[in-house]
Design a protein around this ligand. Structure first.
Ligand code: UDX
Length: 434
């Protein structure tokens, strides 16, 4: 099938390159010349394990190409995926400006096309957006009759760091369709994947995406709250999580307590769903609490350091981990940003390290950074681990302690073995361990 993908962010690139890998003819579209020339030279504009290889393979097989000639390429394909960003505004409301401009572009492109065309929204959008914003806009700008146009919504469930694996091994594919044109096209496109395919309306597909992300975020805030109780009662939350996870109704996934959730999806999506519900006069108490607990967790990390150090002012604190999770350079909504800002505000001399996230984090806070964790922890009074990268899991604890000025080790992600850290002589503290 001939596929065009609007937006070469993380969703668009993973969608485009995996569909090309299935043998489709895919063109990835973006207005940014820089991103497209990078893509056409075989390099992914974002860091995602396996993506460079898949892009190179697609270019070599001539199944994948990038272009800034947007309208012409839309016209020459059978299906267009909208994969543009849907950021939050300052009140948490979803900002649909990129969605609106992408649908206007598609409408203009279709003016000169006579064959059927399917448009699928993959970006995360509030229920009714596909039917009440995207579809009317395309019809208006194209002058098309409704019957030639396929309209659908097909959310992604990709985790950064394992997005290629998730796209190629989906738990389920949600096929939201407003008509038979879109239903048929999506079923044919996804035929090679043998998982459950759930057929529903676009608005249902839109809510499935928000409900899934909000549920997972709520699960994390819930376990963090229970882990905070465990701290007070001298209970190891990891054992509690194990006991809970053995119940198949709960599942053992997403029971890791720590500094809270970050990234480009959970914080934004929970805020957007809560704001959309409020605008429709349904106050979501649970989503509000999910966000509140998530704001508290990084503050608990700072408090743990403060309790051990006495005063923060003038202390050298090494923060290891800036990315919102391992295997990514993404620092959006990273809990490290909150921890580092608070530590700096309290007068600490913060030195940070991250294997991939330093260039992006520099744009958020101009904190001192070092090329290795060893340099960051040299003469530190306290070390705070904020991302569970393997490089930190494998730290040699004895030499770490020798390098440091003090012995305070705060583990925001339960990265290290608590007993080993205690044995070496650290004053070790983590979330969810007595
Ligand atoms: C998430 C969803 O998993 C994915 O389906 C959706 O499409 C996009 O959002 P992602 O943001 O890439 O993916 O990361 P994920 O691995 O889900 O982790 C999100 C955040 O939650 C991270 O900050 C992580 O550290 C935190 N987390 C995750 C926990 O604190 N505890 C857990 O048990 C799991």
């Amino acid at each position: 099938m001939k596929v065009s993908v609007i937006g070469t962010g993380y969703v668009g690139l993973v969608t485009g390159s995996t569909l090309a890998d299935l043998g489709n003819q895919v063109v990835c579209l973006d207005i940014l010349e820089e991103k497209i020339s990078m893509l056409n030279s075989g390099k992914s504009p974002i860091y995602e394990p396996g993506l460079d290889e898949l892009i190179k393979k697609g270019l070599k097989n001539k199944n994948l190409i990038g272009s800034t000639e947007i309208e012409q390429n839309i016209r020459n394909t059978d299906i267009t995926f909208i994969c543009v960003g849907t950021p939050s505004d300052k009140n948490g409301n979803i900002d649909l400006s990129y969605i609106k401009s992408a649908s206007s572009t598609i409408g203009r492109a279709l003016r000169d096309k006579s064959e059927k065309h399917t448009v699928i929204v993959k970006s995360t959008v509030i229920p009714l957006t596909t039917e009440e914003v995207v579809m009317p806009n395309i019809l208006k700008k194209s002058g098309w009759k409704r019957e030639n146009l396929g309209i659908g919504m097909n959310p992604e469930f990709l985790r950064e760091g394992s997005a290629i694996h998730d796209a190629q091994n989906p738990d389920r594919i949600v096929i939201g369709f407003a008509d038979d044109v879109a239903r048929k096209t999506l079923k044919e496109l996804y035929d090679p994947y043998k998982c459950t395919k759930l057929e529903c309306s676009p608005r249902t597909a839109e809510l499935i995406k928000y409900a899934s992300n909000s549920f997972l975020a709520t699960k994390i805030s819930f376990v963090n709250e229970i882990a905070n109780m465990s701290n007070i009662w001298g209970i190891d939350f990891q054992e509690v999580a194990e006991g809970m996870g053995l119940d198949s109704r709960i599942s053992a996934e997403f029971l890791r307590a720590g500094a809270g959730f970050g990234g480009s999806c959970f914080p934004k999506d929970v805020k957007a769903l809560a704001a959309a519900a409020k605008n429709s006069k349904v106050e979501s108490l649970i989503l509000k609490a999910t966000l509140e607990v998530n704001d508290i967790q990084p503050k608990i990390i700072v408090k743990m350091a403060e309790e051990r150090l006495g005063v923060i002012k003038g202390k050298k604190i090494a923060v290891l981990g800036l990315a919102f999770k391992p295997e990514t350079d993404d620092v959006r909504e990273s809990r490290s940003e909150i921890v580092i800002s608070e530590l700096i505000e309290k007068g600490a001399n913060v030195v940070a390290h991250d294997p991939e996230g330093m260039p992006n984090f520099k744009k958020l806070i101009d904190v001192k950074m070092t090329p290795t964790p060893e340099l960051a922890t040299e003469k530190a009074d306290c070390v705070v681990i904020m991302t569970e990268w393997d490089i930190y899991k494998n730290l040699d604890l004895e030499s770490l302690l020798k390098r440091m000025n003090g012995n305070v080790l705060i583990d925001g992600r339960r990265t290290l073995n608590a007993k080993e850290a205690d044995k070496v002589g650290f004053d070790y503290k983590t979330i969810g361990l007595g």
